[in-house]
Write a protein that binds this ligand. Structure first.
Ligand code: B4P
Length: 198
C-alpha cells in the first residue's frame, strides 16, 4: 500500500487541535479521528461506551486506554481508504496509546508521518476553555477546577507522548497563539516538509 500522510495533532486541552484539524483535513484530504468528538458522539447517542466515558470526561480525566484504543481500532477499520491519510486529534494521549497506534498502522503497512505539537501558555488555555464553556454546554469546560485537572493530567500522562515521537525524530513544535490562519500557515509548512520526506 502506498505511504499515506498520517498526522498526530498534539497539544494541551484548548490548544486548538479541533479548530486546526478542520482546516488541515480540508487542505490535505485526510480522515479526521478525534477521540474527544467520538466520545461526545457516543455520549449524545447514550451508548454504553458513552456512559462509560462520561464519568471520566466530566471530571477532566482520561478514559481508560483499552477503551480508547478499541474505539480507534474500529474507526480505522471502518474507514474507506479514499482519503490521503489520517489526522489523529487528541489521540494518542498516553504512551501505551501511542504504542498501540504504531501497531495498528503497522498492521496496515502504514506509519505516522509526524507529530505537530501546538504550544500554548497555560493562562491562555484557561481563558479559551472558560470562554468556550459559556456556550458549548461541555461540563469539562465549565469550571476552573476541572480545567486545572485537565491541564495537570496532560502534564503527567500526556506530555510523555511528545518524548515518544521525539525519539522517533517525528516531533514538531508549532506556536499555537496568534490568529487561526497564522497558526494554520505554520502547520502547513511543517506538513509540506513531511510530504517531501516521504
Ligand atoms: P478533546 O475533545 O480532545 O478536547 P480538548 O483537549 O478540549 O480540545 P482542543 O485542543 O481540540 O480544543 P479546541 O480546538 O476545541 O478531549 C475531551 C476529553 O475527552 C478529555 O478530557 C478526555 O476525558 C477524553 N479523551 C479524549 N481523547 C482521549 C484519549 N485519547 N484518551 C483518553 N481520554 C480521552 O479549542 C479550544 C477553544 O479555543 C475553542 O473555543 C476555540 O474556539 C479556541 N481557539 C482555538 N484556536 C484559537 C486561537 N488561535 N486563538 C484564540 N482562541 C482559539
Amino acid at each position: 500500500m502506498k505511504d499515506l500522510l498520517n498526522l498526530v495533532l498534539f497539544g494541551p486541552p484548548g490548544a486548538g487541535k479541533g479548530t486546526q484539524s478542520e482546516h488541515i483535513i480540508e487542505k490535505y484530504n485526510l480522515t479526521h479521528i478525534s477521540t474527544g468528538d467520538l466520545f461526545r458522539k457516543h455520549l449524545g447517542e447514550g451508548t454504553d461506551l458513552g456512559k462509560l466515558a462520561q464519568k471520566y470526561m466530566d471530571e477532566g480525566n482520561l478514559v481508560p486506554d483499552e477503551v480508547v484504543i478499541g474505539m480507534v481500532d474500529d474507526k480505522i477499520n471502518g474507514t474507506s481508504t479514499a482519503a490521503s491519510g489520517f489526522i489523529f486529534d487528541g489521540f494518542p494521549r498516553t504512551v501505551p496509546q501511542a504504542e498501540a497506534l504504531d501497531r495498528l498502522l503497522e498492521g496496515k503497512g502504514q506509519r505516522i508521518s509526524g507529530m505537530i505539537a501546538l504550544d500554548v501558555p497555560e493562562e491562555e488555555l484557561k481563558k479559551r476553555l472558560l470562554a468556550r464553556g459559556k456556550t458549548s454546554g461541555r461540563v469539562d469546560d465549565q469550571n476552573e477546577e476541572k480545567i486545572n485537572n485537565r491541564i495537570q493530567v496532560y502534564a503527567k500522562e500526556t506530555l510523555p507522548v511528545a518524548e515518544y515521537y521525539e525519539q522517533q525524530g517525528k516531533f514538531n513544535k508549532v506556536k499555537g497563539i496568534g490568529s487561526i490562519n497564522e497558526i494554520f500557515e505554520s502547520i502547513s509548512t511543517v506538513i509540506d516538509n513531511f510530504s517531501q520526506e516521504k
